[in-house]
Design a protein around this ligand. Structure first.
Ligand SMILES: Nc1nc2c(ncn2[C@@H]2O[C@H](COP(=O)(O)OP(=O)(O)OP(=O)(O)O)[C@@H](O)[C@H]2O)c(=O)[nH]1
Ligand SMILES: [Mg+2]
Length: 223
């Protein structure tokens, strides 16, 4: 297989060209040699969705910076932002690279039905709502449906109830969040990007992705 970016002859058959260009964002596996050991590196595309201002970019920024960068000023995401973060799986030589697709929540930039390409090849769904905004909770069904649309499997994912620091303004309680997550096959997390409580859902995604990979390998070996 040709390396990414390698030049192709102009008259190469169309079909051959298609196979020689790997999908760069596909959730997949690659291994990496280091000077000390071989790391099994898994790559997982994570689609982060939810209404505008629920805190998607703040959560991603905190996770990406190890808690160092909380964006106090709101800067609306237009279209989609992209961050990569490696998570080492404890007691193994496996690491998962999370490819975080931070999708705009504002409908000007993200009409779910028109924008499916950014959801292609997703390995995990990451849906966020703001516990002080009923509407943002109600919208989760729409976001989930938009990302899962057209897939044969039920894309696994997390439901993230953000801004739990705003206790006095909270309108969506924990039980409703948990029930909704269960109904939709998601794992529920509560976060506050502001207070530095952000890691849980990201680590869960990495661990689950690694687990799924191990199970697939074990099944293939048994067959
Ligand atoms: N109190 C509180 N505010 C938060 C929290 N997370 C984010 N915010 C604030 O909420 C506002 C919106 O956060 P963003 O992360 O930009 O929201 P977003 O979901 O990325 O919004 P779009 O890019 O428009 O889709 C910002 O002013 C953040 O500082 C949180 O956990 N608690
Ligand atoms: Mg944003």
């Amino acid at each position: 297989m040709a390396a990414v970016g390698e030049e192709k002859g102009e008259d190469a058959p169309v079909e051959a060209q298609k196979w020689e260009v790997p999908e760069p964002m596909e959730s997949c596996l690659r291994s990496m040699e280091t000077t000390h050991r071989t790391i099994l590196m898994l790559r997982c595309k994570v689609v982060v969705v939810g209404d505008a201002t629920v805190g998607k970019s703040a959560l991603i920024s905190m996770f990406h910076s190890g808690g160092a960068s909380y964006p106090k000023q709101y800067v609306m995401t237009s279209w989609v932002d992209f961050r990569v973060k490696q998570v080492d799986i404890p007691d193994t030589s496996t690491a998962v690279e999370l490819y975080l697709f931070d999708c705009a929540g504002d409908p000007v930039f993200n009409q779910v039905e028109e924008n499916a390409s950014q959801y292609d090849q997703a390995g995990f769904l990451f849906v966020v709502y703001d516990v002080t905004k009923e509407d943002s909770f109600a919208s989760c069904a729409k976001w989930i449906q938009g990302v899962r649309k057209g897939r044969e499997d039920r894309l696994p994912g997390v439901l993230v109830a953000n801004k739990i620091d705003l206790e006095e303004r909270r309108v969506v309680d924990e039980q409703r969040g948990r029930d909704f997550a269960k109904e939709n096959g998601l794992v529920y997390f509560e976060t506050s990007a502001l207070q530095g409580n952000y890691e849980g859902p990201f680590r869960h995604v990495a661990m689950e992705f690694a687990k799924k990979y191990e199970e697939t390998v074990a099944r293939a070996e048994d067959a």
